[in-house]
Write a protein that binds this ligand. Sequence first.
Ligand code: HEM
Length: 317
Amino acid sequence: MADRNRRRQGGEALGMSATLPRKSAPSPRTGGAVPWPWLDKGRRFSWLRFGVLVFFLAPGLSLLAMLATGGLGAEPWKAATRQSGELALRLLIVTLAVTPLRWIAEWPKAATLRRMLGLIALGYAALHLVLYTGHLAWDLLAVVTEIATRVYLTLGFAVLVGLCVLGWTSTDAAQARLGRRWKKLHQIAYPLTAAAVLHAFLQSKASADAAVLMAGLFVWMMAWRRLEGQWRGDGRALLALAPIAALGTAALEYAWYALATKLPAERILMANLEPDLLRPAHVVFLAAVGVAALPFLVRVGRRLAARLTRRQVRTPV
Ligand code: HEM
């Protein structure tokens, strides 16, 4: 077990990390790059990669279609900027969730999706900046001035630059070139995500629910990373994380409203005790409980599959 954990930790990289748990030398001809995102390392079509790609690109394409057809209300560029920012942050969180998923579901293949997901997050962040430029009527000087003079935009820009660095160094060739420094570099995916969450908080208007939810999922991820190797895939430890992450979410929500707004932070905090309301802390709790059930579900699934295989072997056609 300890050995398996050590092996898994070795391959644990972050953000847009290249996906091979072991170090493989890139092919001299191609630099190890996969030419199309739906192809796997063996250059074969992968339904999994194709499905993930379509699933996560579809909201962006639908957003662009709505922008083109006037379906985004009175201030379409503003709405598109906000929605693309939300997509970028969600994808960042999804990318970081690959490592826990790989451990908890004992699904090593998940790691092969991380680079693609990270690059989609980067794509959405770049689209976010393009749409913001459109919102400012393509006035590049105004965009530069706004970014340089408003702290929350400077922060967003810094995150975008960081994501570009991760994207640039996400290839197998860069991984081989950077050696040990590569893993250290890709650890910045965590502070970058924290900064993106802060940017989302600072940009949220009356309701910060979306930012609070992302912050809560990030809290869960940070708490999961604190677990010792042997507990990381253990249902009981994962169940214990659920109230911790939910309380952390509610505490962050309270701190935000109390420190940064004039809204009644205590009333918002107490709303977490209302059974008929679905607050971000509740969603984080439910998600964490769902994740805690994963190891059990995976075991049951495997047993069923093994039983089916045995039955097929016993009953020849
Ligand atoms: C040059 C970089 C960036 C600029 C200029 C920028 C600008 C903006 C602006 C103007 C908004 C407010 C839209 C509105 O009016 O509602 C916004 C919202 C947002 N941005 Fe950015 N952003 C940048 C980078 C990023 C990055 C890298 C991320 C995440 C990876 C991000 C995530 C978000 C999110 C989640 C929101 C929505 C906040 C909410 O309403 O809940 N932004 N951004």
